[in-house]
Design a protein around this ligand. Structure first.
Ligand code: ATP
Length: 371
């Protein structure tokens, strides 16, 4: 297998392979990088797996700039001649509860044991970096053939139970690469969703995975549609009233740029209460405490037109005058200043208001005294 890196990257990798040999460890490419190379996609990030203790190995090299170390997972972020490379130690993991964060039971295990903990066969292919520009393929789970057949398969039948975020990761790969879950995987997912166990579930991990799933605005609608239709929300809740149509209608109306944040809010957030608001001023004063994302989600859930009125007509309106201007006009410090400022604001918020400038506001104060 050949991997086309730039000349500089190639040199760094060959050097690392030589150092690894001297240190007595084997190093590998694994996961997304290998999958992408096989699919003809240029790899973006360089991650190297060390069959041994990556931290000890990297710490022994004087040409590496260490950025951060995560001891429990045996991972280390580095920069070598300006190139960012993440190193990880091979590890074995167990899941004490369904969906919780895995516990590392061994660091520096043989590569085969590390591959078993991975999500899909397509991500469980390793390439041993031999250092002469050649790589030894390790494909115990027939990941290469699954890439060819565009099929997503987990490595064992408890995989989705151990970590239901794999369902969402799978959906992401499905949409990104136009792959399909194998029939067995479809059954395993349905089985899991019928009776999901949420005790110990890492909601943070689910949210991180959702964030990745929805990160491309181009695919977000399809991803969210499938998340709802296939009831993947059951990873988190027994039932959730979600509508792809309503949230994307709101996303469009509220001109949302980062779909992912809004979609996650829509999935997780409870609806906030909106009391009776009679006037434009009351609507303005209520909604200004919320972000566009929150109001968008509120609108998708409630279809409350006041939210839209606030966003499209009222939100951009601000008073130019301040309390000090009213003091200059003879108002005394205290409640009346607040009342007058509200009066001006109310007039400015009115439909077809002619008050736009600082001068208009001052004139309004002069013409409508409350002294
Ligand atoms: P990309 O970055 O292109 O989305 P990737 O596969 O590199 O794809 P990462 O999230 O960086 O995605 O994961 C790196 C590797 O770690 C995966 O290829 C997979 O082998 C493993 N992995 C990640 N998440 C899980 C998981 N939840 N369960 C098991 N293995 C996982």
């Amino acid at each position: 297998m050949e991997i086309k890196f730039s000349e500089k990257t190639d040199k760094i990798i060959k050097n690392l392979a030589l150092e690894a040999k001297n240190f007595g460890v084997k190093i590998y490419f694994v996961g997304g990088l290998v999958r992408d190379v096989i699919m003809g996609i240029e790899p973006l990030d360089i991650d190297i797996l060390v069959a041994g203790n990556a931290i000890n190995f990297i710490s022994s090299l004087n040409f590496v700039d260490i950025k951060s170390i995560h001891k429990d997972f045996g991972t280390i972020k580095t920069q070598i001649e300006g190139l960012e490379i993440d190193f990880a130690s091979t590890r074995k993991e167990i899941y004490p509860h369904s969906g919780c964060l895995p516990q590392v039971t061994e660091l520096g295990c043989p590569i085969e044991d590390d591959l078993i903990r991975r999500d899909f066969t397509i991500n469980a292919i390793a390439l041993e970096i031999l250092g002469d520009g050649n790589y030894r393929l390790i494909d115990r789970f027939s990941g290469c053939s699954d890439i060819k057949n565009k099929t997503l398969k987990v490595l064992h039948k408890n995989s989705y139970i151990d970590d239901p975020t794999r369902i969402l990761r799978g959906l992401d790969f499905k949409l990104r690469f136009n792959f399909n879950f194998s029939d067995i995987d479809k059954d395993l997912i349905n089985e899991y969703l019928k009776n999901p166990s949420r005790e110990g579930l890492s909601v943070d991990r689910v949210v991180l995975t959702l964030n990745k799933l929805f990160s491309s605005n181009l695919r977000a609608k399809e991803a969210f549609g499938e998340f709802v239709d296939k009831k993947y929300y059951r990873i988190l809740f027994d039932y959730k009233d979600l509508s792809c149509e309503k949230i994307f209608d709101a996303i469009e109306k509220f001109k949302i740029e980062d779909y992912s944040k809004v979609l996650i809010k829509y999935i997780l957030d409870e609806l906030f209460d909106v009391p009776e608001l009679k006037t434009r001023l009351e609507i303005y004063k209520h909604f200004r405490h919320y972000s566009d994302d929150e109001i968008c989600v509120y609108y998708a859930k409630s279809a409350d037109k006041r939210a839209l009125l606030y966003f499209s007509k009222l939100k951009g309106i601000k008073l130019e005058i301040k309390g000090s201007d009213l003091l200059n006009l003879g108002y005394k410090q205290g409640r009346e200043i607040g009342v007058m400022l509200d009066k001006v604001l109310e007039a400015k918020l009115a439909e077809n208001s002619s008050i736009t400038t600082y001068q208009d506001e001052l004139n309004f104060v002069r013409e409508n005294p409350i002294l």
